[in-house]
Design a protein. Sequence first.
Length: 388
Amino acid sequence: MNELIAAAVQIEPFLIEFRRDLHMNPELSLQESETARKVAEQLATLGLQVRTQVGGHGVVADLQGGQPGPTIALRADMDALPIQEETGLPYASKRAGVMHACGHDAHTTILLGAAQILVDRKEHIHGTIRFIFQSAEEINQGAKSMISEGVMEGIDEIYGLHNLPTAPAGSIATRHGALMGSVDRIEIKLEGKGGHGAMPDQSIDPIVAASAIIMGLQTAVSREISPFEPVVVTIGSIQSGEANNVIPQYAELTGTIRTFSPEVQGRMEQRLRRIVGNIAEAYRCELKMNYIEQVPVLCGTDECVDHVERTVDELLGRSHRIEAAPTMAGEDFSMYLNHVPGSFFWLGSGPTIDADLAMGLHHPRFSINEACLTIGAALMAAICIRKR
C-alpha cells in the first residue's frame, strides 16, 4: 500500500496545478461545461473511453481491470458556489461572485489522481472501475440526473469522499449508520389583502401571518418529534413588501428541512402542511405550499464502511482514522446509496498554512491544505485495488 502513496506523491505537482486551475475558474451548478471539458481531456489522455454530458455536464469513464471482479464506482462533484472569494490567495477565483468554497475542485482533482494511479495498475485490478464526475451537487440535482441516464447500471458498490477543513490533512473520518441528513425544501406563498399601513383593519397582512408561521414551525420539532430524533426546520428567506407604510398583498418564504431518519423524513410533509395551513387560515390568508423531497439520509452500508476503514488502516495506519460526527448537512451521494451499497467518508483538509484562512465549508475565506490531494487520490485507488 505504501507504493500507492508514493505514486500519488509522484503526481502531486499535477494535482496541485490542476486543482488551482479549477479553483481560479469555478463554475456554478449546471454550468460546469469548462470543468467537464478539462476532466474529459485528462481522462482521455489516460486512454479511457469517456462519456460527457451525462445528466447535465457529468463525465463518466470506465477502467476495465485485468482480472474478473465487481464493478466499483468512484464519484466526485465539480460545481462551485455563488460566493465572493476573500482568501487573497494567488490562485483565488477569477470569476466575481463564484467560488469553490466547498472544495469540489479538490474532489475532482483527487478522483483524476486516483484514475491515473489505477490506470497504471489496471492488470492488478479485479473487475471494473467507473469514474463518475458529477455536476450540480450543490443544488441536489446532479446525482438524480445522472442516475436517470443510467450511470448506476451494472454497478455493485460506490464510494465517495468530502474534504473536511476541521480535521487535519492525513486523517479520515468514517461512520457506520447515518452520516449526513436528508434535505427537503419548503416553499410557502401567502396571499393577503394589501392596504395602507395606517389602516390594518382594512387589510389582511401576510407579513404577520408569515411571522406566525415561522414561529409555529418550530413546534413541529420541539413539541411533535422525540428529542432523540434530530430534526431541523429553517426558514432561510422571506420576501414581502417594498414600502414601510404599505401592507403588501403577498409574502413568500422558503426553507429547508433536515432529518436523520427516513421515517421522520416521510412524516414531515404532512406535519408541516397541517401547521402552515392552520396558521394561514387563522390569519385569513390564502396559501400555496410546495414541499419538495430532495435527498434522503446518507447512510453507508456496513460492509462498505468496514472496507474503507480496513483500507485506511492498511494505507495510513489506524491512528489516522477517526470517528465522524453526524451532521445535518446534506449530500446527494445518498441518491446513489438508494441503488447500491457504498460508503461516503470525510477527508481531512486542514489546517491551512495560514491559520487566518482556516474557515469552514461555504465560507468566503475557505481554503484547503493541499496535502490532502495525494492522500485522497491514494485512498480512492486503494479502495478499488483491495476489492476482489
